[in-house]
Design a binder for this molecule. Structure first.
Ligand SMILES: [Zn+2]
Length: 222
């Protein structure tokens, strides 16, 4: 085979941040809106319905707009959210924990939602970040095709690399609708993933403190 290598491997977004591999925004050549809508018509026919009937006429354009919302994370650099920090903290060096961040994502195997929440903590190293920015990082990675394990690692790694704190802990719990509405049809099960870095990984008492602050009764994840 004499294949020509494309000039760009399509990984990263070098204009946005020094650590593009964390963002994984890909330079994908996107189809036109018309092509995307036509693909939806194909799937409607695949489902067994007729895209030209009245109730479905506007569906392809709605689906395409919904996709823009579901997957807007590809246009966002999560690192940028963390670039503005505050260092007037009066020496605050205890855990910062944002609990119960709503998470909406789509599994990359079925393109079906998984919905739950994330808990994100870090131990500041002189500087802190606006708390809403932690939620933004979760959202940016959530609005991509994901598996929960990778999503959890991406959130933790990004905070770790950009903020350089003394430790990062992320726990994600979510219900996967590809499991509840199809396949094994298992209801009431949620997947819990976690990633601990720095002090949270090395120091059991720090990790325990985090887990006890997070471990409240699990409510309705949907
Ligand atoms: Zn799935």
């Amino acid at each position: 085979m004499n294949e020509q290598k494309p000039p760009s491997v399509g990984k990263g977004n070098p204009h946005k941040h020094d650590t593009p591999e964390l963002d994984e925004a890909r330079d994908v050549e996107r189809p036109s809106r018309d092509e995307a809508e036509e693909a939806v018509r194909t799937l409607i026919r695949w489902a067994g319905d007729e895209p030209t009937r009245e109730g479905l006429l506007e569906t392809p354009s709605r689906v395409v707009r919904a996709y823009e919302e579901f997957y807007q994370g590809y246009d966002i650099s999560p690192c940028e959210y963390l670039s503005k920090t505050f260092d007037e903290t009066e020496g605050y060096d205890e855990m910062v924990l944002l609990k119960d961040i709503r998470l909406e994502s789509h599994c990359e195997h079925h393109m079906v939602p998984f919905i739950g929440r994330a808990h994100v903590a870090y131990l500041p190293n002189r500087r802190v970040v606006g708390i809403s920015k932690l939620a933004r990082v979760v959202e940016a990675f959530g609005k991509r095709l994901q598996i929960q394990e990778k999503l959890t690692a991406q959130i933790a790694n990004t905070i770790d690399e950009v903020l350089e704190p003394r430790g990062v802990a992320v726990v994600v719990e979510a219900v996967h609708h590809c499991m509840t509405t199809r396949g094994v049809h298992k209801h009431g099960v949620s997947l819990v993933t976690s990633r601990m870095l720095g002090a949270f990984r090395e120091d059991p008492s720090t990790r325990r403190e985090f887990l006890s602050m997070v471990n409240h009764n699990s409510g309705d994840l949907s």
